[in-house]
Design a protein around this ligand. Structure first.
Ligand code: HEM
Length: 99
């Protein structure tokens, strides 16, 4: 993601931590500084860790996810015998009954 200085940063744990505690350290391109309040001293370490894991759980912006080796369905998902999915066929080759 691009920040005001022209640099690109990766939104990893340490970036998220810094952006919450001291949001002005790196400002996302298009945003003015000093809009988001500084959370240093406002939230506990435990709350900060919880926020970081929550934000990470939200996932990347739609359409920007890189293909991964795990958790991504194969291209032929649901079209092969024995693999469940739309249009799946049973092991015997007959079309699975649609409900
Ligand atoms: C616990 C509450 C909050 C959390 C966890 C949080 C978290 C974050 C994070 C992680 C970013 C960086 C986003 C990015 O890199 O795409 C960000 C940016 C921003 N936040 Fe917050 N935020 C909180 C509350 C607020 C509040 C209350 C305001 C405004 C009243 C605010 C305004 C902004 C703005 C304007 C930006 C973009 C500018 C920048 O990059 O610093 N946030 N926030």
């Amino acid at each position: 993601m691009q920040i005001t200085s022209g640099q690109t940063v990766i939104a990893d744990d340490s970036y998220l931590r810094e952006s919450i505690l001291n949001p002005n350290a790196k400002i996302v391109y298009g945003f003015a500084p000093n809009i988001m309040p500084n959370f240093t001293g406002q939230i506990s370490e435990e709350q900060l860790v919880a926020l970081i894991s929550y934000i990470k759980a939200l996932g990347p912006e739609p359409g920007t996810q890189q293909p991964s080796s795990s958790g991504t369905a194969p291209k032929n998902y649901g079209t092969e015998k024995g693999i469940a999915g739309p249009g799946a066929t049973s092991i015997s080759g007959s079309q699975v009954e649609s409900r």
